[in-house]
Design a protein around this ligand. Sequence first.
Ligand code: HOZ
Length: 431
Amino acid sequence: MDLSKSKALFERAKNYIPGGVNSPVRAFKSVGGHPIFIKSAKGAYLQDVNDNYFIDLINSWGPMILGHGLEMIKEAVYEAVSNSPSYGAPTEREVLMAELITSMIPSVEKVRMVNSGTEATMAAIRVARGYTKREKIIKFEGCYHGHGDSFLIAAGSGAITMGEPDSPGVTHGVAKDTLTAPYNDLEAVSLIIDANEGQIAAIIIEPVVGNMGCVLPQHGFLAGLRKLCDQHGIVLIFDEVMTGFRLSKGGAQELFDIKPDLTTLGKIIGGGLPVGAYGGKREIMDMVSPQGPIYQAGTLSGNPVAMAAGLAMLNFLNQNPGVYVQIQKSTQTIVEGFKENQKQLGIELTINHIGSMFTLFFTNHQVLNFEDAKTSDIPKFGQYFHQMLAKGIYLAPSQYESLFVSSQIGDLEIEKIVTANKNSLEAIFSS
Ligand code: HOZ
């Protein structure tokens, strides 16, 4: 496969962009080689600058749930942009968006639009702190909530693979207010709360983790957190930047039937454009400026073009729940195919899977938390990644990420993915 143009672009980029990329995971550092530069995408396929085609199993880290190049998104964007791309003043689309989000996620009674998931999580903990008048937060090892200072403690995603889960530049003062517990360990959370009675403002969690690979909450874990938060007056924040509108119309919280106090959203609500949002209980959200004293603002928040794309996406998902059934079925078929491949090859690897998210871990250990995820054989994952890439399948370039299936992945693509998986595993494990 000719990747020469990507290689050349990466060399140029490294002169002017730190590490040659605008987000670390993309640099392929943990799998080796150089990133693939994309020039276009349609349906289930990405086209790179050398005109290679790849079946996309990242889908912009989640939001392209309906695949790429959708006419309805393009039309919405063209229509919005034909006026002015930004006013810095309220528009009707923001009202429509707030009405839609609150109707699809009932725990969100009021919502504030921002520009990314990172902004959403940073604002959510500020609001939780202002509301409770407490300073500490609890997060989970291997969970990633964007690059806000408070979250770069035992952080997942690129922070793991770049070897900096506790980033330099985060002050001791900030770090001491972030307490961490292992995912799926209710007892550890309870002990932390007891040791810091009356000081915990919020527990923030990915209700289904995407950022240490896909990791599922064990039965009773989320309900247990809800109970602990109620008992101790702690704000429960679900970071649904990846799972919102993906695992179901109402996100992971609908699937597991747990209502958080605050929810953070991102990616998908911009239909691929840069958007985030945070929202939740009226009583808490009414603390946000200008209604309340907790300050948070942004000129591009609720941007008309992003709102137009997001409205097209969310309206479609709201009116077509069959999409969820379809992508879950496709993902199930892929996962079953992978399991069958392993059986035939006599290999035992762990696959975590829920809805249209899944991760193949290069370990036979069950993966319930970050320590488990770290038992994965990372060099083997790197080999697998490149085997799959050479066969035209574009995976997340890190073991510690989830894969995302879109509705454009049909029988033909499923067959290609499953066959590529078999041939890739065979090549790795027979050498
Ligand atoms: N942190 C994102 C996934 N967990 C990756 C973002 C990107 O590189 O686009």
